[in-house]
Design a protein around this ligand. Structure first.
Ligand code: FMN
Length: 150
């Protein structure tokens, strides 16, 4: 069984809801999901999982949330070669840089050598019922991809 980390930053609950649905999708596929808020998780932990799904809402002008910054700085000191990852987050299309935090996290993971095994999932505000399904499928597919290449 693959053990997969789902770590997220969420202020008003939208990204948290996505994270819970993604973790649910991973579990539906028969794998283990460990769900953590970024405030209780270190980026150094990623190495001890078969895969990591990382999520954040976007703050400021397309920026990372403040509470994500420690994790982001730890990523800069973490070698992630060959580690399977995927990124998700909630944003608001009314802002100039929609879900910019998702793109920043993806870039950083790539820079550290991680494999982004599927396209990032961006959702506006909280997921609609169709988007809830999309989140579950995102988790399911990620779990399958983790198994397929490990
Ligand atoms: N969303 C974006 O896509 N880009 C932004 O640049 C952006 N800046 C924001 C700045 C502020 C001050 C606030 C309050 C929201 C901003 N948002 C932006 C929208 C949030 O990312 C969005 O409401 C999201 O659903 C919050 O997720 P959460 O419920 O997980 O905290």
């Amino acid at each position: 069984m693959a053990k997969i980390l789902v770590v997220y930053a969420s202020m008003t609950g939208n990204t948290e809801e996505m994270a819970e649905l993604i973790a649910g999708g991973i579990r539906q596929s028969g794998q283990e999901a460990v769900l953590k808020s970024v405030t209780g998780c270190s980026a150094f932990e990623i190495a001890s999982y078969e895969g990591a799904v990382v999520g954040a809402y976007t703050w400021g002008d397309g920026e990372l949330p403040d509470e994500f910054l420690d994790f982001y700085e730890e990523l800069e000191e973490t070698e992630l070669s060959g580690h399977k990852t995927a990124v998700f987050g909630s944003g608001d299309t009314g802002f100039e840089i929609y879900c910019g935090a998702v793109d920043l996290i993806e870039e950083k993971l790539k820079e550290r050598g991680a494999a982004i095994v599927q396209p990032s999932l961006k959702i506006e505000y909280g997921p609609t019922s169709a988007e809830k399904d999309e989140c579950r499928k995102f988790g399911q597919r990620f779990a399958e991809l983790c198994l397929a290449v490990s």
